[in-house]
Design a binder for this molecule. Structure first.
Ligand code: OAD
Length: 254
């Protein structure tokens, strides 16, 4: 595991605004499969058949079965030390925003207070007719495809599918956070799916100190100021321990 460079600890200790972009890799150690790894979801399943609107309209029951399978996984797993480290990091910096591409709700369950969800949330459902958000408790699968309890319209998982726009307000906040932060972390993402993948570069262009945490190289590696190769569940706790030590040595205990 790489040691945490002192330069990074100092940057973090001085930072006003810190942004952490996360992808499937941060949840890998919880047992949630990633998309593009060797055991990734897109190695076994086809996004064309399962993660786009036309596919849903063609076979909503199959798409629902797939989302119920994934939902069961995320409900059964627990946040890991990587998620927990980001919760603690909030204590040590004036402002911390987590921008996640994950739909698994694990940052929120861990206790992160400011999470921007770019790709929706697998635990939410939305009516195609009236747009209402419907809770899981209200889902009725007796006809194969759940219907809106308010208007009878077809329900869909409230996640972003290929070819769809990202939620406008979430994306606006994400751009603003990337443009104004002092330190930007790209954690556990292959950084190939846009527009989320543009955020590390936007942060870099606006002068942020960019750090990558990932066992594998990604396009972010090319311009990151610091690359920490390894698992986020190991590196992030180590990083937070260093900040804690630095702050207590400098009498900045919260
Ligand atoms: P990917 O599956 O594309 O990438 C996961 C990344 O996590 C890879 O770069 C891995 O090297 C890294 N990784 C694996 N284990 C890790 C660990 N323990 N610690 C840290 N990193 C680890 O997942 P995303 O980048 O999240 O979109 O994919 C982006 C989007 O593509 C997803 O949000 C999803 C997908 O299609 C939609 O569904 C719209």
């Amino acid at each position: 595991m790489p040691n945490i460079p002192e330069k990074l600890v100092r940057r973090l200790a001085e930072a006003e605004k810190v942004v952490v972009l996360t992808g499937a890799g941060i949840s890998a150690e919880s047992g949630v499969p990633t998309f593009r790894g060797d055991d990734g979801l897109w190695k076994k399943f086809s996004p064309e058949e399962l993660a786009n609107f036309d596919a849903f309209m063609k076979n909503p029951q199959m798409v629902w079965e797939w989302y119920q399978y994934r939902r069961k996984i995320v409900e059964e797993v627990q946040p890991n030390p990587g998620h927990a480290a980001l919760v603690e990091l909030e204590k040590w910096v004036p402002s911390l925003v987590v921008i996640t591409q994950n739909v698994d709700n694990l940052h929120q369950r861990a206790g992160s207070r400011h999470v921007i969800e770019l790709h929706g949330n697998i635990l939410r459902n939305r009516c195609l007719e009236c747009g209402r958000i419907v809770t899981e408790k209200e889902l009725d699968f007796s006809d194969g495809v759940p219907r809106c309890p308010h208007c009878g319209g077809m329900l869909r998982p409230d996640v972003v599918w290929f070819g769809e726009m990202l939620p406008e307000e979430a994306l606006r906040q994400a751009y603003e956070a990337a443009e104004t932060c002092d330190v930007f972390f790209s954690v556990g993402t292959s950084a190939v799916v846009y527009p989320a993948a543009s955020l590390p570069e936007i942060a870099f262009q606006h002068g942020a100190f960019v750090v990558e945490v990932n066992p594998e190289p990604t396009p972010v590696t090319d311009f990151a100021h610091i690359v920490l190769r390894g698992k986020s569940g190991e590196i992030l706790p180590e990083l937070v321990a260093e900040i804690r030590k630095f702050k207590s040595e400098n009498q900045q205990i919260p």
